[in-house]
Design a protein around this ligand. Structure first.
Ligand SMILES: C[S@@+](CC[C@H](N)C(=O)[O-])C[C@H]1O[C@@H](n2cnc3c(N)ncnc32)[C@H](O)[C@@H]1O
Length: 261
């Protein structure tokens, strides 16, 4: 391993554990600008499926005043927005200091780029009763800095999301499996969840820095979640047509939707 932060020029496939990646230098604005200034096609597909999953779950089971949890929130507010109708508290749990600082500022009054994400959510009746999602998120959101491997409380959340984190925090398969396990253990029995993954990712560049990933496919996700999920677990492939591909790297994303046993 090279000493110091891993640069793009370093060999991307070297083993990089979570504790070795340059999270302290993660550039929140670069990542935001690359991924979430506009609602991209892949996020439209993912958010629609997540919205319909949570909407259907809470229509069947009811729910209000719940505790939501988004693990590894980065600079992505849409998982939290998707949980908003049912939550009085949403914890955005994140390791990188730059992302934590960005999140703390953003949840206080989020930018207009997120309005397109909310409009998509508000096509579902469950979201239509919320007049001011900006104010509601500001009151509900709690940004917590921490390492999910060490500091995520068990069984604390009633609904949860983790987007592009478990496979994108190191090259090590064992850490991918552990991250999924830690996430599901942070949820209460019966909690609905949505977890998104990049398939076969070699990692990604944010500015000058390379961030590691573990190459996974659908069966890896099913294997990790099957033992924790109630009947009805779905793992969907979100295929992105070449001409619409805007993110670097893989053209397929995986979205797991289910409920904790
Ligand atoms: C690829 S980004 C995904 C960010 C965001 N969830 C999204 O949908 O774009 C991976 C995120 O996981 C966070 N992360 C990495 N290791 C972590 C750890 N041990 N504990 C908590 N968060 C971590 C990173 O700081 C980064 O924000």
């Amino acid at each position: 391993m090279p000493s110091g932060p891993v640069k793009v020029a370093d060999i991307a496939r070297d083993s990089v554990r979570n504790s070795e990646a340059p999270w302290d230098s993660f550039n929140a604005l670069e990542y935001l600008n690359e991924n979430y200034l506009r609602l991209q096609q892949e996020d439209r597909l993912i958010l629609t499926a997540v919205r319909d999953h949570f909407g259907a779950h809470f229509q069947r089971h009811g729910g209000g005043g719940l505790r939501g949890l988004d693990v590894g929130a980065g600079t992505n507010l849409y998982p939290s927005l998707a949980m908003l109708p049912w939550c009085s508290r949403i914890t955005l749990f994140e390791r990188a200091p730059g992302n934590v600082a960005w999140l703390r500022g953003e949840v206080a009054g989020y930018g207009r780029n997120w309005d397109a994400f909310w409009r998509l959510l508000a096509e579902h009746p469950a979201y239509q009763g919320i007049d001011d999602p900006r104010a509601l998120l500001s009151g509900a959101a709690e940004v917590v800095q921490g390492d999910l491997f060490a500091q995520l409380p068990e069984r604390g959340a009633d609904v949860g999301t983790m987007f592009f984190v478990a496979e994108s925090l190191s090259t090590e398969r064992e850490e991918f499996v552990k991250a999924v396990n830690v996430f599901v253990r942070a949820l209460r029995p019966g909690a609905p969840f949505a977890v998104a993954f990049m398939e076969n990712s070699d990692g990604s560049d944010v500015g000058e820095l390379h961030f590691p990933a573990c190459r996974i496919v659908t069966n890896d996700v099913v294997d990790c979640l099957r033992g924790h999920a109630a009947d009805g677990l779905q793992v969907n492939r979100i295929e992105i047509p070449g001409e619409l591909k805007l993110r670097d790297g893989p053209t397929c994303m995986l979205l797991a939707l289910g409920q904790i046993r």
